[in-house]
Design a protein around this ligand. Structure first.
Ligand code: DLL
Length: 430
């Protein structure tokens, strides 16, 4: 296996110096080029030259998803658009995506970091890699694609397809590694069982999975059903995409790429750092990004730093698998949707504030979203045809906006259970 020992096994002291130097230049860059950050620095009287140690980062206020959304589309870019060579997006809270840009150099570093996590997950140039993420504005497919090509592996850019087609390609092209969301891998595994295909007849050895939460139990199920070694990969578009952190074959937490990002874990209520090893919200500062640098971005993801060194020899610290979110973002089949986005569609169609509940379920590895919508005087209609039409309109709108097919069911008025005065908007039964 090839990996970048010089960078990934860097001494902690040397790393701290590298991080400080990169932080200083990032701060100068954003102060010069991003009015949003310049305003914050001026408002809080922060001198861009006053960062003498990495701990000084505490002076900078956090950046939130809302800050990014309010600067839609290009407000936070630190370079002119002509220097941007790629654009991706991430879901915002109210239907407006967050637009992120990459310079040529950003793409080079992204590719390098993904190559690292692929190597850590067992991939070499001899592998045939099936990428089963959607190619598009989502960072998953393109991120892994370039990293895998850099390693020299043979890349099959399948995208999301019917699982039977994935299986035919797995068989015919002798795929050795698959990259997807864990839930999609499980769907493929269950389809394999339904088709009565022996997984040992495939050439598959490794799976790199991410973009949504999964458990140790689910890892075991995927590994057993596909006869592979499965590793967890974490990333987010606001920071880069995949390649921010990934497991090595020890499978004991995800190594964070500390030479390009600075990681903190805070208590989401007090916003103070948590005690060593405690769970909190992951906060990330980019140290090398040119087009879309962000300072102290609150990811909304809950995790903790794992203690001790990893037997693999990499000196980068590890985080535990992501345990949840601080907000109500729904992750389904790798897609990120906020209840407020669904609510906006229901509101628009119904013309008034809807009473609704979203129920998430998993059947044979496939995730489903069911929306319960309470009838009101306006939509209470004995005419079956009108009700069916309403439900179809909702389904079509959600399908066209998110590429997701959902079930929508009308339920009696006041039948959705309330906790106190409030309806629990999302019930996740997966
Ligand atoms: O999901 C990037 C990615 C693609 C990572 C492919 C890994 C593999 P976004 O669509 O912007 O980017 O979503 C980012 O997804 O804040 C987490 O909440 C969640 N997430 C990503 N990876 C994991 C993981 C990509 N391994 C958001 N476990 C993040 C749990 C994950 N949640």
């Amino acid at each position: 296996m090839i990996w970048d020992k010089e960078k990934e096994c860097i001494e902690r002291e040397e790393l701290a110096q590298l991080q400080l130097e990169k932080l200083q230049s990032t701060i100068h860059r954003v102060y010069r080029n991003v009015p949003f950050y310049r305003r914050i620095f001026d408002k809080y009287g922060i001198d861009p030259d006053s960062f003498g140690s990495i701990e000084d980062i505490n002076k900078i206020p956090f950046t939130t998803k809302n800050d990014l959304r309010e600067n839609y589309p290009y407000g936070l870019f630190a370079v002119p658009l002509r220097e941007v060579v790629r654009i991706h997006t991430s879901s915002g809270t109210t239907g407006m995506p967050i637009v992120v840009g990459y310079t040529k150099n950003d793409l080079k570093i992204w590719t390098e970091l993904v190559a690292r996590v692929l190597s850590a997950g067992g991939i070499t140039k001899d592998d045939v890699i099936q990428i089963a993420f959607n190619y598009g504005l989502f960072t998953g497919a393109f991120g892994f694609h370039y990293g895998a090509e850099k390693i020299g592996a043979s890349v099959i850019p399948v995208s999301i397809e019917n699982p039977k087609k994935q299986i035919k390609i797995l068989q015919d092209y002798r795929t050795t590694a698959i990259i997807s969301t864990p839930s999609y891998a499980l769907l493929i595994a269950n389809t394999l069982i339904e088709m009565d295909i022996n997984p040992n007849s495939l050439s598959l050895r490794f799976g790199l999975f991410g973009a949504e939460p999964w458990s140790e139990r689910m890892r075991q199920e995927i590994e057993e059903k596909l006869k592979i070694t499965a590793t967890d990969n974490y990333g987010l578009s606001e920071i880069m995409g995949p390649g921010v952190a990934g497991e090595c074959l020890e499978k004991k937490g995800l190594h964070i790429q500390e030479d390009h990002f600075f990681f903190e874990i805070i208590d989401p209520q007090t916003l103070e750092p948590v005690k060593e090893g405690e769970t909190g919200e992951l906060v990330i500062t980019t140290l090398s990004k040119e087009a879309f640098p962000v300072l102290r971005f609150r990811t909304g993801d809950l995790t903790r730093f794992l203690p001790g060194e990893c037997p693999c020899g990499r000196t980068f610290r590890r985080i535990d698998r992501i345990m949840g979110r601080t907000d109500d973002m729904i992750i389904i089949r790798g897609m990120k949707i906020f209840p407020s986005q669904i609510e906006a569609i229901l509101y628009e169609i119904e013309g008034k504030q809807p009473n609704y509940q979203i129920i998430l379920e998993r059947h044979s590895g496939a995730d489903h979203m069911n929306i319960l919508l309470e009838m009101s005087e306006d939509i209470f209609s004995d005419v079956m045809r009108e009700q069916t039409q309403l439900l179809n309109t909702i389904k079509e709108r959600i399908a066209s906006e998110f590429g997701l097919s959902v079930n929508v069911k009308l339920v009696e008025k006041h039948s959705i259970e309330k906790i106190g005065e409030k309806i629990k908007r999302v019930i996740d039964k997966r």
